[in-house]
Unconditional design. Structure first.
Length: 65
């Protein structure tokens, strides 16, 4: 799997143009894309949090044994 931080970074940078269009040019369709992108970002963040917690628990279990 790709580095989760890199994936997160690429996702945020991919939204930059739509943020500019929405906030600077009042493009309403770009606002819809921003909202969808932010929801995808939330889902990605949740997935990364879960992976980190699982890795942390696995490391703790390995220490105990």
């Amino acid at each position: 799997m790709e580095n989760p931080f890199q994936t997160l970074r690429e996702h945020v940078l991919g939204l930059e143009a739509d943020f500019d269009k929405f906030y600077d040019k009042n493009n309403q369709a770009a606002g819809t894309r921003v909202r969808k992108g932010m929801q995808d970002l939330k889902d990605l963040a949740q997935k990364i949090r879960k992976e980190v917690q699982e890795a942390k628990n696995a490391a703790d279990d390995a220490k105990v044994k």
